[in-house]
Design a protein around this ligand. Structure first.
Ligand SMILES: C[S@@+](CC[C@H](N)C(=O)[O-])C[C@H]1O[C@@H](n2cnc3c(N)ncnc32)[C@H](O)[C@@H]1O
Length: 237
């Protein structure tokens, strides 16, 4: 995720094929880690949606949704599986999941404007069965549980950019995810700020690595890296 205030890091974090692990805090805080930023962004997207019906930004592009959907097909995730989209934004992924046949969908976001936008988008698509809630994932008071699949596209990235209590936020995220998933439930994360190695390290305890989904790679200085990392984990006790 590009840093809107300074570009110390952001999308394009190359994974290190030689195994040097980057520090878990090697990029600076950003406004993208604040609720005010997202509230403002989705308020604007909501107005645009009402004006011209444009849902706004698809983070990491359409392919970032397609690759997770392809994995769900291969993994034979049931159409009745309880699926949570963490930090759903404009709800575009919920719409794709519903169109793909998934029937038990929940999206949460801590931005009230995001949730209003999602409700408008779902209504326009006639997808009224999807549950959406304004909720801080880091403070969800045990309300989120028994999910078969949790999906994150850019939300852990945003939380990692919070200028305040970043380390605490990351730990709360892991705990909230553990609580939200059923035993053997899956976690599909798409990140542009963290490498595979860093995510494996963060989601080490209570999770088993399942697979990395192929993402476009680039070569620089004799090394190969990925702009986006997409990983699947399984919750284990
Ligand atoms: C980069 S956007 C991605 C949105 C969406 N997942 C997508 O792919 O379009 C990050 C999202 O995370 C949400 N978010 C950040 N921190 C959150 C938190 N603690 N609880 C719930 N949502 C959060 C933001 O409001 C924003 O919608």
């Amino acid at each position: 995720m590009e840093d809107a205030t300074d570009s110390t890091h952001g999308c394009g974090n190359p994974s290190d094929p030689e195994g040097d692990r980057c520090s878990d805090s090697d990029f600076g805080p950003s406004v993208l880690g604040t609720k005010d930023y997202w509230e403002d962004a989705y308020q604007k997207e909501l107005e645009t949606f009402k004006d011209i019906g444009d849902v706004g930004e698809i983070w990491f592009g359409e392919e970032s949704m397609s690759r997770v959907l392809r994995w769900m097909d291969k993994a034979k995730i049931s159409e009745n599986a309880a699926i949570l989209d963490i930090g759903t934004g404009n709800g575009a992924f919920l719409v794709e999941l519903a169109k793909h046949g998934y029937r038990n969908l929940t999206g949460i976001d801590y931005s009230a404007a995001s949730i209003e936008l999602v409700r408008n988008v779902l209504q326009a698509e006639d997808l009224t069965e999807v549950t959406v809630k304004e909720m801080d994932f880091l403070n969800c008071q045990g309300e989120l549980k028994d999910f078969d699949v949790c999906i994150d596209k850019g939300t852990y990235d945003a939380i990692s950019l919070n200028p305040h209590d970043t380390e605490k936020g990351k730990k709360l995220y892991v705990q909230a995810l553990k609580d939200a998933l059923k035993d053997k439930g899956f976690f599909a994360i798409t990140s542009c700020n963290w490498t595979k190695e860093q995510l494996l390290d963060r989601f080490r305890e209570g999770f088993e690595f399942v697979q990395a989904l192929p993402t476009p790679s680039f070569q620089f200085g004799g090394k190969t890296g990925n702009n986006v990392t997409a990983l699947i984990f399984k919750r284990v006790h």
